[in-house]
Design a protein around this ligand. Sequence first.
Ligand code: MRU
Length: 341
Amino acid sequence: MRTIEWCDGIVITIDQTKLPLETITLKITTVDEMAEAIKSLRIRGAPLLGAAAAFGLALTAYHSKANCTSELLAELEDAAKTLKSTRPTAVNLFWAADRILNKARDYSGDIERLKALVIKEAQRIADEDAEANRAIGKNGAELINDGDVILTHCNAGELATVEYGTALGVIRAAWEQGKKIKVIATETRPLLQGARLTAYELKRDGIPVTLITDNMVGYVMHKRLVNKVIVGADRIVQDAVVNKIGTFTVAVLAKEHGVPFYVAASKSTFDLAHTSTDVIIEERKPEEVTHLGAQQVAAHGVGVLNPAFDITPLNYVSAIICESRVYYEKDFAKFKGKILP
Ligand code: MRU
């Protein structure tokens, strides 16, 4: 299933804030609507944010009333600025917007062809993500054995990507190969992507899944109820993996218990020009912590810290599963060379 689709000037996707209780289709026609959908997490997950940014620019091109290519280019630059101001951490969004902008900047033909080029490039970005995830699944499934119980955090599934998922792509591929595996999904406070999305996706597909709260990870590791961890990533820099808040805690516990900790991500998630100190960690509003849904649970006016992501140094990572290959600890030193080896 495609999570996001281009249909003649309309981007069709699902409102992920309503899942799993309601499946509401969103029809997005402007870059401002796209920016709102990203900010509010109706559209979320690093690879999907890349496709969403690309389609945001495609919408700008499709509906543009510009009279010449330089006018259209200025509109695209503005739209890219709007999209880039939504969420700072997942690099895929910036990567996709820049990929399209660079193509448009280099173009020297008529305006209708420029519009077509932007739309085509956005569709290509979406198609490539779908293909990459299948390849990640195939590469990663080799690390999975019959009988494994795999813990995953947040949602790195179909819903976080254009199709198939990264971490859940590996789980899906192993399952499709007939391996009898089970999954433990953390609920992922504060916004519950694990409870709402991962548990839903896996249950829907018939893959055995058990939901736990985030603070049960130590218990399940200590009791040997899990023997592998696979998570996705929002940005992989020279020295670390940046992913949903709570990932680092899981990684530390995995290392302590000798449980392999795998990260599954496509090349569009790598940002090897930077290190972890350069990454802006998104801070979200206090109500996400003080409330459970609409219900306030913390005292009025209490101070809140709400970072959406954390940083896991590479020495906690056993392997990174990519579409072209699996990178192991011995390969990580090469990341400092700024180009993916
Ligand atoms: O805030 P979100 O829901 O966009 O965060 C998503 C995650 O952290 C995922 O684990 C990550 O994007 C990998 S998705 C393949």
